[in-house]
Design a binder for this molecule. Structure first.
Ligand code: ADP
Ligand code: MG
Length: 237
């Protein structure tokens, strides 16, 4: 297991938002975390990335306990995180946004193809075309790609992506989906949160469905396809 969370509990003030989240991401796989609005998906990713501290529970990355560590320590240990609010630097060009995210891999990088600007541009031709444009002048879809690409420049072993298809035109959703598939094939394990069921199911090896503050169902995407009633229970409003 490359990333594992056990029994995470998170509070916002007195509000007990995560009440027992368990997740396991197998090396090389894509795990999709799904559930209705407000169930705690974004909070789960924040807790994994160290942006908020869980009150109870344990997170391990490549077998190392990273519970309660700072975001930069977790990033250095091999986790990339693309939050919902794609944080691209509006006044920096695409190239400068990318180089700001550059970081050597957590391990020795021996068996890894490393990400640099050139490799990013091969995977994201749209960003190559816009390389000298400022972040602020990109479309929503291009900003999403830039946010993902910048996280890749940190050479993560695991990439967490929160709602990448949100607000994107259908054609861009397809592009983002293809990029996430390529990234996963290139060896990065992916934990994806997204509302777009078609996109999520086409990328997922495993699916985890979340109820209020808790993870519930967990199985292969293949197994879940045979049980539309489970999807309906967790996803329909
Ligand atoms: N900063 C915050 N302070 C207080 N409550 C929050 C905060 N962020 C999220 N919440 C609450 O925590 C719950 C889970 O939110 P979130 O993790 O964003 O859910 P999801 O991503 O599944 O839509 C919701 O009830 C939300 O209102
Ligand atoms: Mg969310």
């Amino acid at each position: 297991m490359i990333l594992e969370a056990q029994n995470l509990h998170v509070y916002y003030g007195l509000s007990h938002v995560l009440q027992g989240v368990d997740l396991s991401l197998e090396e090389g796989e894509t795990l999709c975390l799904m559930g209705r609005n407000g169930m705690g998906k974004s909070t789960t990713l924040k807790a994994l990335a160290g942006v908020i501290k869980p009150k109870h529970g344990k997170v391990t990355l490549k077998g190392r306990d990273i519970t309660g560590k700072q975001p930069h320590q977790i990033a250095r240990a091999g986790m990339g995180y693309v939050p919902e609010e794609r944080r691209v630097f509006p006044n920096l060009t695409v190239i400068d946004n990318l180089t700001m995210g550059a970081k050597p891999p957590a391990g020795d990088g021996k068996n890894q193809v490393l990400w640099d600007v050139e490799r990013v541009f091969r995977h994201f031709p749209r960003l190559a075309e816009r390389c000298n444009n400022k972040g602020a002048n990109l479309s929503g879809g291009e900003q999403q790609m830039l946010a993902i690409a910048r996280a890749l420049m940190g050479n993560p072993d695991v990439l967490l992506v929160d709602e990448p298809s949100e607000g994107l035109a259908p054609i861009m959703v397809l592009e983002v989906r293809d990029i996430l598939a390529e990234i996963n094939k290139s060896g990065v394990s992916v934990l994806l949160v997204d509302h777009n069921l078609e996109m999520a199911m086409s990328l997922a090896h495993k699916v985890c469905l979340m109820g209020k503050g808790r993870t519930g169902y967990f199985d292969t995407a293949e197994a879940l396809q045979k049980h539309p009633e489970i999807l309906a229970k967790y996803l329909e409003v």
